[in-house]
Design a protein around this ligand. Structure first.
Ligand code: ZN
Length: 419
C-alpha cells in the first residue's frame, strides 16, 4: 500500500517541472544541441496536436534528472530510466524545464524577458571560440535580473586540443572573476555526443537548487508567450481558446479559476486610449509533459483560456501578468525606481563608460517579462521617474533592467528597484 502511494506521488511529481533553467551563451555555443541531447526524447514523446503545439511554441523542453542507486558518482547521474552501466532502475531526482535564450544580438530584450522566468542558468562557452561579446551580455543580464545559480558549460571539447581546452578554461576563469558567476563550476562537455553529461547533471543538482516557493500566496503568473493553437480552416465550433504560456511565480492556478490578465489590451473608449485588463477562465493546463488540474510555481506551463484566440495570436499577450479575477496587482504608467548604473556599457566592441541618464532621454525597460519604451521624467540622486508608453504590471521591490540606444542598438546600462 505504501509502495503504491509512493509510486503515485512519483507520477504526480513527474507531471510538471519544479524548476526552470535558462541556457545562455552566444549563437555558436551549441545551446540547441545541448538541449536536444539532454531533453530530445521527452519533448517529442507526445504527438497530440494541442500538446505538441503548446510544447513547441513555449520554446522549452523538459528533462528528468535521475540517479542509479548502485553506481558511484558522477557516473550514477543520468536522464535515462535504466542505468547504462549496471542495468538497474534509476531513481527520479527532479524534472527540470529548460528555456533557450536567443543568442542573436538584436534579441537582448527577449533574453531579459526570459531571464525573469529563470531559477538558474547554464552559461555556454564554445571551447574553440572563447568568450564572445554575447557571452558578456548574457552574464550581465543574469547579474542584473539577479539569477545567481549558474553552471558554466565549456562545450565543443571534441574540436580543440588539450592545450587549447586548458587555455580556454583559464580564459573563462578570468572572465567570471568578480562577477555573479565567480564561484560557478565549469563543466567541460561535448553536447553533440553527450560526453560528460553525468558530471553536468551532478553539478546542476549541486548548484542550482529549487527555490522555496509559497504555494499559499495569491497566484501570480508571468506571461512569456501567447498563441493560437488552431489550424486555419478549423470548424469555429471546435476552436480551442487562446493559450498563454509562462511560469507561476507564487501560488497555484487551477482548472476553472477565473483569472485577470494585466495590463491587458489597448482599447479606445470615448476618444480615450488605455489598457484594459482581460478576464477569462482557465480551461486546461499543459506542463509540456501532460495536462494537469493544478499548476504550481516552477516549470513553464501553457494555459488554454476562453479568450478569443485572436487576442493571444503571435505573442500579443507576452509581458502581461496573471492573477485571480477578484485580486489586484499594481500596474504602472509611470515607474519610480531606485537606479543603479553600470560602470561600462554591455556588449559594445570598444569599452565604453556609461554616461549619466538625462531628463527627457528615451530608454527601454524590461519589467518581468514585459518590455516598454519610456521617457525619463525626473532624476533626483538615484531616484528616477520613467513615463511608459505601455504600462507594466510588477511588484514593488522587483528589478527592472534599463537599456539605452548606443551604436544603433539597445544596450544595458543599469537597473532599477521598483519603489
Ligand atoms: Zn548503475
Amino acid at each position: 500500500m505504501l509502495e503504491k502511494a509512493k509510486e503515485n506521488k512519483g507520477n504526480e511529481e513527474r507531471k510538471q517541472a519544479e524548476i526552470t533553467i535558462g541556457t545562455c551563451g552566444h549563437t555558436g555555443s551549441g545551446k540547441t544541441t545541448l538541449l536536444y541531447s539532454l531533453t530530445g526524447k521527452l519533448t517529442l514523446e507526445h504527438s497530440e496536436e494541442l500538446k505538441r503545439g503548446i510544447t513547441i511554441r513555449l520554446g522549452y523542453a523538459n528533462a528528468e534528472f535521475r540517479k542509479c542507486p548502485n553506481c558511484k558518482e558522477p557516473e550514477a547521474y543520468t536522464t535515462s530510466k535504466i542505468c547504462k552501466i549496471c542495468g538497474s532502475k534509476t531513481e527520479l531526482l527532479r524534472v527540470v524545464s529548460f528555456v533557450d535564450s536567443p543568442g542573436h544580438e538584436t534579441l537582448m530584450a527577449t533574453m531579459l524577458s526570459g531571464a525573469a522566468l529563470m531559477d538558474g542558468a547554464l552559461l555556454l562557452v564554445a571551447a574553440n571560440e572563447g568568450i564572445q561579446p554575447q557571452t558578456r551580455e548574457h552574464l550581465m543580464a543574469l547579474q542584473i535580473i539577479g539569477v545567481d545559480q549558474i553552471v558554466i558549460v565549456q562545450n565543443k571539447l571534441d574540436v580543440v586540443s588539450k592545450e587549447e581546452a586548458l587555455k580556454n578554461f583559464q580564459e573563462i576563469k578570468e572572465f567570471v572573476k568578480g562577477s555573479i558567476a565567480e564561484n560557478a563550476p565549469i563543466v567541460p562537455v561535448c553536447a553533440l555526443q553527450g560526453v560528460n553529461f553525468d558530471l553536468l547533471i551532478q553539478e546542476i543538482e549541486r548548484c542550482i537548487k529549487t527555490p522555496k516557493r509559497d504555494e499559499k500566496k495569491d497566484p501570480i503568473m508571468l506571461i512569456a508567450r501567447s498563441f493560437d493553437v488552431n489550424k486555419p480552416g478549423k470548424d469555429p465550433r471546435e476552436l480551442n481558446g487562446g493559450v498563454i504560456g509562462g511560469a507561476i511565480k507564487q501560488g497555484v492556478l487551477k482548472v476553472g479559476d477565473e483569472i485577470k490578465i494585466l495590463p491587458g489590451i489597448k482599447v479606445e473608449e470615448h476618444g480615450k486610449e488605455f489598457y484594459k485588463p482581460l478576464i477569462t477562465e482557465v480551461v486546461r493546463i499543459h506542463t509540456g509533459i501532460d495536462f494537469v488540474e493544478v499548476a504550481k510555481p516552477g516549470g513553464n506551463i501553457g494555459i488554454e483560456t476562453k479568450l478569443d484566440p485572436f487576442l493571444t495570436k503571435g505573442d500579443r499577450l507576452s509581458g502581461n501578468v496573471v492573477c485571480l479575477a477578484d485580486k489586484e496587482l499594481p500596474t504602472f504608467n509611470e515607474l519610480k525606481l531606485d537606479f543603479h548604473q553600470l560602470e561600462r556599457v554591455v556588449g559594445t566592441k570598444k569599452e565604453m563608460k556609461v554616461e549619466p541618464l538625462k531628463v527627457n532621454e528615451v530608454v527601454v525597460i524590461n519589467a518581468w517579462t514585459a518590455k516598454s519604451i519610456g521617457t525619463i521624467k525626473s532624476i533626483h540622486d538615484n531616484k528616477i521617474t520613467i513615463s511608459l508608453k505601455i504600462p507594466v504590471c510588477i511588484l514593488k521591490g522587483e528589478r527592472v533592467a534599463i537599456s539605452r540606444r548606443i551604436e544603433n542598438r539597445w544596450r544595458l546600462i543599469g537597473y532599477g528597484i521598483v519603489l
